[in-house]
Design a protein around this ligand. Structure first.
Ligand code: FMN
Length: 447
C-alpha cells in the first residue's frame, strides 16, 4: 500500500475539492449564524442521525502496550517508534482517553486534546510503508485499515512513519450543523500540535506537515470514499535516540516543556460549563512559559495577543507575541476590551473579571488566501490550533484551566487588538484561569 511521502501518489487538487468553501470565513469565523438552534437542546441537527455515518473501524486489532505514566519514560531510554512503549505513549498522550467524568448528565469521556462538546471528530492514523492503522482511543488499540495481514505488523525498526489527521465532520455536525467544518479545522490543528509536542517529549524527530498533495497521497489507500476529510500529517523520523531525564535535559529540549509532560496532560482541563474561575493571580512563571512555548511552536505564521488580567508580578496589559518575541503594547486593564470582544450574541462569553489571561491567536488570512485559495482555511487553522493546544498545556502546567471559546466577535477583535485591516483574523480565543472547586470530578483513565 502507499504509505510514505516518497511513495505517495501525486494528487491533483483543485479549489472545488475543498471541504472549506470560501464562505466559511464569514459564516463560521466572523459570525455564529451557522450554529443551529438545536445546539441549545443538545438534539441532533436535522438529517444527522444516520449511524452509518460514523462506523467503528472493522479491521484486525493490535493491542498497544500500556503507556508509561511519565513522559519521557526514563532517562536514557530508547526513543524509537519500534519500541512499543514509545508508540503507545505517543498515541495515548496525543489523543488518548485520559479522564472519565462519571457525573450524571456530564460529558463522560475526555481525551488529551480539547474538543467542542467532546465530539472528537478528528481521527489519528499511523501510516507506514506496509500498512495504515487507525488509533482506537477508547480501547487503546490500533486497527489495521486495509484488512491485509500486513496490518498485523507494528512499525519495523528504522522504517519511516506518519501520523495522519483526518476529520469526520458529521460527528460534530450532529450538534453544530454547518458550523462543524470550522470546529473540525480548529481541532485538527490542536491535534497536530499535540502530536508534535508529545513526539518532542519522547525524543522523536517530528515534522508537522500541511502540504495537500502529500496529505492526499498518504491517505490514498485507506480513506473512506465519503465522510472523512484529510487535514494534516506529522512525519516521524526513523532514527531513535536516547532521551534525557528531568535532571539532564537534552540540548534541543525546549526549556518550557514540563519535566513530566504526562502528568500535565492528565491534568489538562477546560474548566466548568460556565467559565467562571477563581479571581486569584496566576503564577509569575506563566507568562515567560507562554512566551517560550509560542516561540518554539512548530509554525511561525501567527501572532498571539495576550490580554493579561491577574498574573503575579505583571501589571494588567496587552502583550503581543510575534516572530518569536513577546512585547507589551498597552499598559492597563484589558477588561473593557475583553468584554467587547468576547461576546456570544450580545452576552459576555466567560467571566473575564476573574480570568488570569486571555489569548487571541491571529493569522494572516489575506496573504494565505492569495496563496492557497480555499485551502487557506485548513492551513491557517492548523497553525492556530497547534498554538492553541500549547497554550492549554502551559496553563495546565501552572495548575490553571484553559478554555477555547468561540464566543467572540472576530471583526471587533481585529479592530480592538489593532490587527491589519482585511489581512489578519483571530481564529482562537483561549481564556486561562484558576479552577474553582466543582461538583463534578474526573477519574484518570489508565490502560
Ligand atoms: C474548537 C473548540 C471550540 C470550543 N468552543 C467552545 C465554546 O464556544 N463554548 C464553550 O463553552 N466551550 C467551548 N469549547 C470547550 C469544549 O467544550 C471543551 O474543550 C470540552 O468540554 C472538553 O473539555 P476538556 O477539554 O476539559 O476535556 C471549545 C473547544 C474547542 C476545542
Amino acid at each position: 500500500m502507499t504509505g510514505t511521502a516518497s511513495t505517495a501518489r501525486p494528487a491533483e487538487v483543485t479549489a472545488s475539492d475543498s471541504p472549506f468553501p470560501m464562505e466559511l470565513w464569514s459564516e463560521a469565523v466572523c459570525s455564529r449564524r451557522a450554529i443551529p438552534d438545536t445546539l441549545a437542546s443538545g438534539a441532533p441537527a436535522p438529517g444527522t442521525t444516520d449511524p452509518d455515518q460514523d462506523p467503528l473501524p472493522a479491521g484486525p486489532r493490535l493491542p498497544l502496550a500500556p503507556p508509561p505514566l511519565r513522559l519521557p519514560p526514563a532517562p536514557g531510554s530508547p526513543a524509537g517508534l519500534a519500541d512499543p512503549a514509545v508508540l503507545a505513549a505517543l498515541l495515548h498522550y496525543s489523543y488518548g482517553l485520559l479522564q472519565h467524568d462519571p457525573t450524571p448528565g456530564g460529558r463522560p469521556l475526555h481525551r488529551a486534546v480539547a474538543s467542542a462538546r467532546c465530539r472528537y471528530p478528528s481521527e489519528l492514523t499511523l501510516v507506514t510503508p506496509e500498512a495504515a492503522y487507525r488509533f482506537d482511543a477508547l480501547h487503546h488499540q490500533l486497527v489495521g485499515l486495509d484488512g491485509s495481514s500486513a496490518a498485523r505488523r507494528p512499525p519495523a525498526p528504522g522504517s519511516s512513519a506518519f501520523l495522519v489527521i483526518t476529520s469526520r465532520f458529521a460527528r460534530t455536525a450532529r450538534l453544530y450543523g454547518d458550523y462543524a467544518p470550522r470546529l473540525c479545522a480548529q481541532e485538527a490543528g490542536m491535534l497536530l500540535g499535540a502530536v508534535h509536542l508529545v513526539a518532542a517529549a519522547l525524543g522523536l524527530r517530528a515534522r508537522p506537515g500541511a502540504d495537500l498533495g502529500t496529505l492526499l497521497g498518504l491517505c490514498a489507500d485507506w480513506l473512506p470514499g465519503t465522510g472523512e476529510h484529510p487535514m494534516a500529517y506529522v512525519e516521524l523520523g526513523s532514527e531513535s535516540r536516547s532521551v534525557g531525564g528531568p535532571a539532564t535535559p537534552r540540548a534541543d529540549e525546549p526549556a518550557w516543556l514540563p519535566p513530566d509532560l504526562a502528568s500535565v496532560l492528565r491534568a489538562r482541563h477546560s474548566g466548568a460549563a460556565i467559565f467562571d474561575p477563581d479571581p486569584v493571580p496566576a503564577p509569575a512563571q506563566l507568562l515567560p512559559d507562554l512566551g517560550a512555548a509560542l516561540a518554539d511552536a512548530p509554525f511561525d505564521d501567527f501572532s498571539c495577543h495576550l490580554l493579561v488580567g491577574r498574573v503575579t508580578g505583571t501589571e494588567p496589559g496587552h502583550h503581543v507575541h510575534n516572530g518569536g518575541r513577546t512585547r507589551l503594547v498597552y499598559d492597563g486593564d484589558p477588561l473593557p476590551l475583553l468584554e467587547q470582544i468576547g461576546q456570544t450574541e450580545g452576552r459576555v462569553s466567560v467571566n473575564f473579571r476573574a480570568t488570569a489571561c486571555t489569548a487571541y491567536i491571529a493569522v494572516r488570512r489575506g496573504e494565505a488566501v492569495a496563496k492557497y485559495g480555499a485551502d487557506a482555511f485548513r492551513r491557517l487553522h492548523l497553525t492556530a490550533g497547534a498554538v492553541a493546544h500549547r497554550i492549554c498545556v502551559v496553563a495546565a502546567r501552572h495548575g490553571l484551566c484553559a478554555r477555547v471559546h468561540n464566543g467572540y466577535d472576530a471583526a471587533r477583535a481585529a479592530h480592538l487588538l489593532g490587527l491589519s485591516p482585511d489581512e489578519e483574523t483571530v481564529l482562537f480565543q483561549v481564556a486561562l484561569g484558576t479552577a474553582r472547586p466543582s461538583a463534578s470530578f474526573r477519574v484518570p483513565v489508565v490502560f
